[in-house]
Design a protein around this ligand. Structure first.
Ligand code: HEM
Length: 371
């Protein structure tokens, strides 16, 4: 065998990988600390793959024009991410084999290092589209300042902060999904067609009118059985009004053109979800489903991590200085794709949808044998 013969260990850099478990380098680590380190390292390796897959999906979607054949590729990459996330949720079980007492043997020396400093998790949040204004602070402290402060004092901190800053310059998956949704034909109309804004508004109006009919029937039935019929009617009316205001993007504080853009994005989502049976919407609806699943998996991961933490350290202050479980539980309210969730409470049954106009736009095109 000469030096250029490929080997399993060189290809996978096993000597480096298997020699990277000495922790703080302060002497021998015990078996529980080895367990703790390897579980974290396994997460970080998966995070690396997740980041690369999300970037690939984003790159396809952020193109000025997304070819139809690119949509399955986006679904493919996001499906891979979703499978990894399911594994990462399950992997918490492995972490939980550490007992609270065994953890206490080495926990103190870790302070102030913490999952707060998982710069890959921060990159993922930013890359998905979590806005800084959404980020939870604990007390007055932004969790990111943890890393920012270290940037000035250590090469590792500079590297971690550099990655976070670079991620902020990228187009997020949320923005890429928005750009793609924005161009979706609604009732056969696309943004560059004259009169598109009216088509979109008319579609929304028709949808809301038909939805109101179905809601009123439900409200009447429930009110007739209720001890407080007025409260029932008021609840339905409030739901109808919030649906209308959301679809018309009345909650958006921006220039009129920006409001019209958001309205079109929401209408496109409603259109894709409502007319799932149209042939050309088959892949778009799968794409929307995988993005919803991605966010769902991340929320489940946050829940699962919080429960694991509660089991291991109870309600203690975290090694990073937050309120621990109380802080982590609040992060489960993060939603990067709120429209994708909101549209679910707005859908009307098939029988109450407006008819599709220009259905030929959504039919498969026959290309075989044609020039
Ligand atoms: C014994 C096991 C673990 C305990 C007790 C624990 C505890 C905590 C606590 C208390 C926090 C809140 C920040 C703080 O004050 O430190 C936190 C944050 C975090 N942990 Fe863990 N953790 C554990 C394992 C893991 C593992 C295996 C991962 C996988 C990468 C992880 C990733 C994170 C991340 C990403 C955050 C930041 C969450 C956010 O700010 O949204 N943790 N952890």
């Amino acid at each position: 065998m000469n030096e250029s013969t490929p080997t399993y260990w060189d290809y996978l850099a096993l000597p480096e990988l298997l020699n990277a478990q000495s922790g703080l380098g302060d002497g021998d680590i015990g078996p529980d600390e080895l367990h703790f380190i390897i579980v974290h390292q396994a997460y970080e390796l998966w995070f690396k793959l997740v980041l690369s897959q999300v970037r690939l999906a984003r790159d396809h979607l952020a193109l000025p024009e997304v070819p139809e054949e690119a949509v399955p590729s986006v679904v493919h990459h996001l499906n891979r991410v979703n499978e990894i996330m399911r594994l990462l949720v399950d992997q918490m079980k492995v972490m939980e084999t550490l007992t609270p007492l065994d953890f206490l043997d080495f926990r103190d020396k870790l302070v102030p290092s913490s999952g707060f400093q998982s710069f890959q998790m921060r990159e993922l949040e930013i890359l998905l589209g979590l806005e800084e204004s959404q980020r939870l602070h604990y007390g007055k402290v932004n969790p990111l300042t943890h890393i920012k402060k270290l940037a000035a004092t250590s090469p590792g901190g500079a590297m971690a902060w550099g990655r976070i800053e670079a991620a902020r310059e990228e187009v997020s998956l949320r923005e890429a999904v928005h750009r793609w949704l924005y161009r979706t034909p609604i009732q056969g109309s696309t943004p560059e067609i004259a009169g598109d804004e009216q088509v979109v508004t008319q579609f929304l109006q028709d949808y809301l009118d038909r939805g109101a009919e179905s809601r009123n029937i439900q409200a009447d039935r429930l009110a007739s059985l209720s001890e407080d019929p007025e409260a029932v009617r008021a609840r339905f009316a409030a739901m109808g009004e919030s649906t209308r205001a959301f679809m018309m993007a009345e909650d958006v504080k921006a220039e009129p053109s920006q409001i019209a853009r958001i309205r079109r994005i929401r209408a496109a989502l409603l259109f894709v979800e409502s007319y799932r049976e149209l042939p050309l919407l088959a892949w778009p609806r799968l794409l929307v489903d995988t993005v919803v699943e991605l966010e769902e998996q991340i929320v489940i991961w946050r829940h699962r991590h919080a429960r694991m933490v509660e089991r291991l350290i109870g309600r203690r202050v975290g090694t990073g200085g937050s309120a621990g479980v109380a802080y982590l539980d609040k992060t489960t309210a993060y939603r990067v794709f709120p429209e994708l969730w909101a549209v679910r409470s707005m859908l009307s049954p098939r029988r109450a949808r407006p008819d599709v106009r220009n259905p030929e736009v959504y039919a498969f095109r026959e290309t075989i044998g044609k020039p």
